[in-house]
Design a protein around this ligand. Structure first.
Ligand code: ADP
Ligand code: MG
Length: 389
């Protein structure tokens, strides 16, 4: 789950990080009052969306006085902001952050994430702040300094100083930067993040270090122990398919293709995506109905996929183990009777009681294409979907 910049800043500020003075506004009038309370202008009005790249896309604007802050807020709130990170449909702006303008001497990048190759938490620092870090990583990876946290001792002050030195900082600022690295690492761990990022971290003309932007992504699987984070959820920012899957308790990840997939087991799920891609198909999602997939789960899975206009056909690929193929077949028939499908469906079953499962599907009178193996299943659904497109 993602949270907004202003929410991440609040968390980091509680951990001792310095942030610009400011507050979030839901209305234009509020924006004006907040600007007044900050003191002398100019102010920065920042659209709050779950995506970066706002600076380049009109989502960060300067206001010389509170009245202008009000005007800009009025223009921003209610629009859909399109940035290089949102996709063409953009993200809705329902609130703006009003901040003091910080006199910037230099911008840096600081991030904490998981290095999956080493299985460790990694801190990334760079003097190339304020811009797209993926671009820096691709163009000149040597400009990003990495240090890895060791289990038990986390990120040490020494490692923090290493990052600060790599950023080109000098003198007393190095110690301040190391403290910020510790605070960001602490935030990352405490809130079970997958990413905690400050881009840019800025050195002010007065020699201060401040977080000007902040991003925290929290692992969905850890949300049960962070009710205060769950309370920050802004459903409007999410892909509606994700929101619905979360509500239904499905293990679901949207993808960009047009073939909906329902499988049982993550390994079979990955294999299904692979085989579809191999034969030139484009999966619309990953959906693991789980080993015990009950009627209700199968119903919900069909409902979720068939409500997505991008899905032009569905492939069910299930393996009967302890839960037998006949149970899955009954679940599929039940789901289709509850809500008939208007798009093609291919089902491949294998394992315990496969013959019985196949018989149930065949005798259901429903328009279900049965496939004997994965190759045939993939080819059939691809052919049917391509015919429709
Ligand atoms: P995004 O990453 O979405 O583009 P940022 O919050 O990083 O948004 O802002 C983009 C740029 O705008 C920053 O790199 C910085 O130069 C400038 N900026 C943002 N907030 C402030 C602020 N409070 N004072 C001065 N400049 C700011
Ligand atoms: Mg930024």
């Amino acid at each position: 789950m993602n949270i907004h910049e202003y929410q991440a800043k609040e968390i980091l500020s509680r951990l001792g990080m310095r942030i610009p003075r400011g507050r979030v506004a839901f209305t234009a009038k509020e924006a004006e009052v907040i600007a007044q309370s900050i003191g002398q202008g100019p102010y920065v009005v920042k659209a709050q969306i779950h995506a970066g790249g706002r600076g380049k896309s009109g989502g960060i604007r300067l206001a010389k006085d509170p009245v202008e802050a009000r005007q800009i807020a009025w223009e921003m709130i209610g629009i859909r902001l399109v940035t290089p990170q949102t996709g063409p449909e953009g993200k809705p702006v329902s609130r703006v952050l009003i901040e003091e303008t910080v006199p910037i001497a230099q911008e840096f990048y600081l991030g904490v994430t998981i290095d999956r190759t080493l299985g460790k938490v990694v801190v990334l620092g760079s003097a190339e702040g304020g811009m797209d870090i993926e671009e820096v990583a691709a163009r000149s990876p040597e400009k990003i300094r990495q240090v890895h946290a060791e289990a038990g001792c986390g990120v040490t002050q020494f490692q923090g100083r290493k990052i600060a030195l790599a950023m080109g900082l000098e003198g007393g600022i190095i110690g301040k930067a190391a403290t910020i690295v510790s605070a960001l690492y602490q935030g990352f761990m405490e809130y079970d993040c997958t990413l905690a990022e400050i881009n840019p971290l800025v050195l002010t003309e007065g020699g201060d270090l401040l977080a000007l932007d902040a991003k925290m992504n929290i692992d969905d699987n850890a949300l049960f122990r962070h009710p205060e984070i769950l309370a920050m959820r802004d459903v409007e920012q999410e892909d509606p398919r994700d929101t619905e899957a979360m509500r239904l308790g499905l293990n679901f990840a949207p993808l960009s293709g047009n073939i909906g997939c329902i499988v049982n087991g993550a390994g079979l799920g990955m294999a299904t995506l692979d085989i579809l891609n191999y034969y030139g198909g484009k999966p619309a999602n990953f959906l693991d109905a789980g080993a015990g997939a009950s009627k209700e789960v199968i119903r919900n899975a069909f409902r979720l996929l068939s409500s997505d206009p991008r899905v032009k056909g569905i492939l069910v690929n299930m393996f009967g183990g302890i839960t037998r193929c006949d149970s899955y077949a009954l679940g599929i028939v039940d789901a289709l009777k509850a809500k008939p499908l208007t798009i093609p469906l291919v089902v491949r079953l294998e394992g315990t009681n496969v013959e019985l499962g196949r018989k149930i599907l065949a005798e259901s009178g429903l328009d279900i294409l049965y496939a004997g193996d994965m190759r045939e299943a993939a080819q059939k659904i691809i052919e049917l979907v391509n015919k429709k497109e």
